[in-house]
Design a protein around this ligand. Structure first.
Ligand code: MN
Length: 663
């Protein structure tokens, strides 16, 4: 009971904040009254009064500052489906546009198709279809979804999983497609909570523990930039955020790592007033901190197809702290957050960014032509879906490809190595030729060979430019290969500026032990030929990148290796690699401060051995030995059944250990 009253107060506040007119507010009020009256006595699975649901949806919509019709549709959206109210009743009281909105939302809910795959394709088709009639349907539907997902825990376990999966496969990607990133992130987080509640809790607790650290980083970045901007009139504000839990989970899964070993947990957003200043600040950021190659993206110069604009770069701050920094103007920030909804709000049309939403324009044109439903469908199929089809992996990951794309395009989109090793393809379980165009909603499996096997004719078979480029690149490097060149060997080393040279008297003793136990993983593939670059000598848990050499397999460099910048073709030849082990054991890293070098090492080694582990690598900073304050990093390998926490506890008991922290 209490909850409804609270929500109503909140609703009033949001409406006031967003400055809806008196007339609009009374219409919204009337819609609420109608919904409350007819949902009376109904309960949600959570046991709450039903009205809590449409009310929450309406608040969510109002906070996005959408038009009154969408808010009203949010309040009314379950009436026709769940009560004795007919669509015509709504039409009589609120007019046709609102009745149609409600109808659209209801229709998406009622989907019945033969197979799962078919159903997914059908859902996507249906959503695109209703988007053309009125895109606001999707926004209302997504708001509905967010609230349903937030009360997912009241459904039976199996149902929770099913709904969460569907959310990840369809609704979240669609929100992304519309540029509604805050909805996308929220849906993904809630879906993760539904699918893996324990893991979700672990991530949540871990991030809470790191809250202080995050604030420290924000301050550090703010001060850094401020110091460089003194005496200039460039103004900026900074927001830091924890990356959303689902993206952290995805990294943990992809890299098969504990959360302690995931590097970029935080993101920082710098907001300024003009595009010019975005680049000024970018320059400062790159001067202050070392950027990680391959992570810089300029979506201001080339916006995403949903209109998203921002600069992204990832830098290394202090010791091994990897931070993603986004730089954008205030206006872009608003557009990016609210995506299509912001577009709706600025529908005067002269708002900057409006024209960037290209596919939206196409949709609008089709909408204005007043076509029959069949003609609409043809348009979606031929004009809208021509641009993109959605294809699923057997694991139900969704990929977006241009229409006409072949299995080769799909394979190369998954990963260059998957493309190079592509030997055949199955669509919905049947073998198809590599030149066959893929269809929307297909489940496509790529059959790979052990070794790369591209054929020259692939260049003409592939439809996407990125796949063509990758195939060409394969042949180019393959030929050069015969000329016995080697990468990473004779590349010039950038001279270290004098200033930096002075700052580097630190001698770090680096010992690498049992290196044969360390392996490298590319997209889950471990059996790859690789070697470590001699220039930067990476050891776990350094951030690393792979460079595909001519004839020496993958050469592993530290991401901040100075030599990387001097390699030609770095963009196409670098691949994401991860630390892993050759055994089923886990690698853990920790940081510690000790007062005694030798003694500490022996004692730590004893503790680790006692627990069945091995020290893989350690470094202790010798230069501070005389201060009796030595910092060090250890990487250790533990059998899967051993608990790292117990070991850390035991190490903490060593008297010479002043401080220890999992990194
Ligand atoms: Mn609903």
């Amino acid at each position: 009971m209490q909850k409804k009253e609270n929500l109503l107060v909140q609703f009033q506040e949001v409406l006031k904040e967003q400055k809806y007119s008196h007339e609009e507010k009374s219409m919204i009020e009337a819609a609420y009254q109608l919904a409350e009256k007819h949902h009376e006595g109904q309960k949600r699975a959570s046991g709450e009064e039903f009205i809590i649901h449409p009310l929450s949806v309406a608040i969510y919509l109002a906070a996005m500052n959408v038009d009154k019709e969408m808010i009203i549709a949010g309040l009314l959206h379950d009436l026709v489906e769940d009560t004795d109210i007919e669509l015509t009743d709504l039409e009589d009281q609120f007019g046709k546009p609102i009745a149609q909105l409600v109808d659209g939302v209801t229709k998406i809910t009622k989907l019945k198709s033969a197979s799962k795959t078919e159903q997914k394709a059908e859902t996507i088709r249906k959503m695109l279809f209703s988007m053309i009639q009125d895109m606001r349907v999707i926004i209302v539907k997504l708001a509905d979804k967010v609230h349903n997902m937030s009360t997912l825990q009241y459904l039976p376990r199996e149902k929770q999983k099913k709904v969460a999966k569907e959310t990840l496969e369809i609704y979240a990607p669609l929100a992304g497609k519309l540029g509604l990133y805050f909805i996308k992130n929220e849906l993904e987080n809630l879906a993760l909570r539904g699918l893996k509640p324990d893991l979700y809790k672990t991530i949540d607790l871990y991030m809470k523990k790191k809250e202080k650290k995050r604030r420290g980083i924000t301050t550090l970045i703010t001060h850094g930039i401020e110091s460089k901007l003194e005496n200039s009139d460039v103004s900026f504000s900074i927001k830091s955020r924890i990356k959303h839990k689902y993206s952290i989970y995805r990294k943990m899964k992809k890299f098969n790592k504990n959360i302690d070993l995931i590097f970029d947990l935080y993101g920082v957003r710098i907001i300024t007033d003009t595009v010019e200043n975005c680049y000024v600040i970018l320059g400062i950021v790159h001067r202050l901190w070392h950027p990680i190659h391959g992570r810089f993206k300029d979506y201001i110069a080339s916006p995403k197809s949903n209109g998203y604009r921002s600069i992204h770069t990832t830098v290394i701050i202090e010791k091994r702290k990897v931070i993603e920094i986004q730089i954008r103007t205030r206006e872009m920030d608003e557009m990016n957050e609210y995506g299509i909804a912001a577009h709706w709000y600025y529908k005067s049309g002269d708002h900057p960014g409006h024209k960037d939403i290209k596919w939206l324009e196409t949709l609008k044109q089709v909408q204005e032509q007043k076509l029959s439903p069949e003609e609409f469908y043809q348009h979606i199929r031929d004009d809208i879906l021509k641009e993109e089809i959605y294809v699923f992996t057997p694991k139900n990951d969704i990929y977006e490809l241009p229409k006409g794309a072949t299995p080769l395009d799909f394979a190369y989109q998954i990963h260059t190595e998957v493309g190079n090793r592509c030997r055949g393809a199955k669509a919905n379980g049947n073998i198809i030729p590599l030149h066959a165009p893929l269809q929307n909603g297909m489940v496509v499996e790529i059959i790979t060979a052990k070794d790369p096997c591209p054929k020259r004719e692939w260049i003409s078979i592939a439809k996407t430019t990125s796949a063509k480029r990758k195939i060409r690149h394969f042949f180019r490097t393959h030929e050069e290969n015969l000329l016995t060149q080697e990468a990473g060997k004779k590349t010039p080393v950038e001279p270290i500026p004098k200033k930096e040279r002075k700052q580097k008297p630190k001698k770090i003793v680096k010992k690498v032990m049992n290196r044969e136990k360390i392996a490298i993983e590319v997209d889950g593939e471990r059996n790859l030929l690789f070697s470590f670059a001699n220039c930067c000598n990476p050891v776990p848990p350094d951030p690393i990148v792979g460079f595909v050499s001519r004839g020496r397999g993958i050469i592993i460099h530290r991401t901040d290796c100075k030599n990387l910048n001097s390699f030609e073709d770095l963009e196409t030849r670098s691949i994401a690699v991860n630390w892993t082990t050759t055994s089923k054991n886990n690698i853990f890293s920790f940081f510690l401060r000790t007062s005694d070098r030798a003694n500490t090492y022996i004692k730590i080694n004893n503790v680790i051995k006692r627990h069945g582990g091995t020290i893989i690598e350690f470094d202790l900073d010798k230069s501070t030995e005389h201060l009796r304050k030595i910092d060090g990093h250890f990487s250790i390998e533990l059998p899967a059944n051993r608990n790292i926490d117990i070991i850390i506890k035991d190490i903490r008991k060593i008297p010479t250990v002043l401080f220890i922290d999992m990194r």
